[in-house]
Design a protein around this ligand. Structure first.
Ligand code: T4K
Length: 407
């Protein structure tokens, strides 16, 4: 049971609130007995990969759930993005946010396509349409939007730009499985959308991902490409790679899928509990989801306004880590400040003021099925206490943080 000392935070020498670390991204699992049954079936069948029956069943369930004609399951979202990018014929330059997991940019650069980093709208944390238009050049072939934290991009504005300027439009929907925009499920926007089913995601298949699309030709091409381009036993129709999902992953996914609504309800409850626990803490805002839409609530994101809070995001992070709450600072420092992009585009930060501001303000807190009410109230108590004692926190942390900045 967590114990938050009301007068002695761990950074002041008190005992950590949690004996065991509390992580962001603990996996959600389905029913274990159902999983063992399915794994038994798989072993009896001795069909372990290559478009097996569990993969087909999962693809059908996902396509139905998000309301698209095609779902192609893959080994992970990074490979799914690479394949979608190639199948869409992207080349030259593609406009993409820097405020994303580095895999989004890598999926382009890996194929020698230049990711042109675009700033975000500070209200949505997703691509700013006006900035996108300014970055279009004769070499631009597409836009790759990211539904960050599961909050959808301004799909109407981006769709309009793509249509007017003759660009392909792909979405990295790694965070947005089972979310909607304007009542329509994510999966059906743009030319295609890519989900991640990594262990740390709301819905997982151990490792995994999928491309969702309503474009028959594109789906056919993607299916070929994820299987080396094989169109028959001895016939290779195009260049391809190995992007297949295996049967054990699909079996795990089918079991997690059966708990989807329950997991979503727990995430939603956790999000509301955090809202209550953090209510009124100055300068610390919980990023909200649009309650008129369907959300998966998989990320609990705080935005820390240093001036109002009296503490920086990194100071609050240090307080939480000392209590064994391993909050994260996704996606610091932004792709443009990671290699190889930092070397390729040393000036990129100049046109990304909102991204640079946001990467220094946000942190993510633990949620999911392994986090309960008591933990959330304790975490809220830690944040509240740190805020009340902001000056003392800053004094205690100053030497360590200045050493870190100097390094
Ligand atoms: N696009 C976007 C916008 C993405 O966010 C991602 C992935 C992708 C594309 C690419 O999707 P994939 O190719 O991965 O399908 C994690 C995930 O590995 C990554 O999938 C995810 N985004 C990213 C946001 O988070 P790390 O480097 O932070 O993971 P790691 O190893 O630190 O794990 C996070 C925490 O989760 C750990 O502290 C402990 C816990 N954990 C993790 C695993 C794997 C567990 O408790 N059990 C586990 O099995 O990237």
């Amino acid at each position: 049971m967590p114990t938050v000392s009301s007068d002695n935070l761990a950074i002041f020498g008190g005992k950590a609130a949690f004996a065991e670390p509390l992580h962001v991204g603990r996996p959600n699992q389905g029913d274990r007995r159902r999983l063992f049954d399915r794994l038994g079936e798989m072993l009896d069948r001795n069909w372990l990969s290559n478009n097996g029956p569990f993969v087909q069943e999962l693809e059908q369930k996902i396509a139905e759930h998000v309301g698209v004609r095609h779902c192609v399951a893959m080994c992970n979202a990074t490979v799914a993005l690479e394949i979608a990018v190639r199948a869409l014929g992207l080349s030259g330059e593609v406009i993409v946010p820097s405020m994303t997991f580095v895999a989004t940019a890598h999926a382009l650069q890996w194929q020698r396509i230049t990711p042109v980093f675009c700033d975000i709208d500070p209200r949505t944390h997703t691509l700013d349409g006006a900035r996108v238009e300014e970055l279009i050049t004769p070499r631009t072939t597409g836009i790759l939007g990211v539904h960050l934290w599961g909050r959808p991009c301004e799909v109407e504005a981006l769709g309009d730009i793509a249509q007017r300027r003759g660009l392909r439009l792909l979405y990295d929907a790694a965070h947005a499985f089972s979310c909607s925009r304007g009542g329509r499920m994510i999966g059906g926007f743009g030319d295609a959308e890519v989900f991640s089913f990594h262990a740390t995601k709301f819905f997982n298949t151990l490792e995994g991902g999928a491309v969702a699309t309503n474009d028959d030709d594109l789906a056919r091409k993607i299916r070929l490409m994820k299987n080396f381009g094989f169109a028959g036993y001895d016939r290779v129709a195009c260049i391809g790679t190995n992007g297949k999902m295996n049967e054990a992953s699909a079996a795990f996914g089918l079991c997690t899928f059966e708990r989807l609504e329950e997991i979503r309800a727990i995430n939603r409850r956790n999000h509301s509990l955090y809202a209550e626990a953090l209510d009124g803490v100055p300068g610390v805002a919980l990023v909200a989801y649009d309650e008129r839409e369907r959300n998966n609530y998989q990320y609990v994101v705080l935005e820390v306004d240093k001036d109002a809070a009296g503490l920086s995001r990194d100071e609050l992070l240090a307080v939480l880590h000392a209590e064994n709450v391993l909050a994260r600072r996704y996606f610091y420092p932004g792709c443009h400040r990671m290699e190889p992009y930092r070397t390729y585009f040393p000036q990129a930060g100049l046109r990304l003021p909102e991204t640079e501001r946001l990467v220094n303000r946000v942190l993510q807190l633990p949620t999911g099925t392994s986090v309960g009410e008591e933990e959330i109230r304790a975490i809220g108590g830690i944040v509240r206490r740190a805020s009340a004692e902001a000056e003392r926190v800053r004094r205690v942390l100053a030497p360590a943080l200045s050493r870190r900045h100097a390094a």
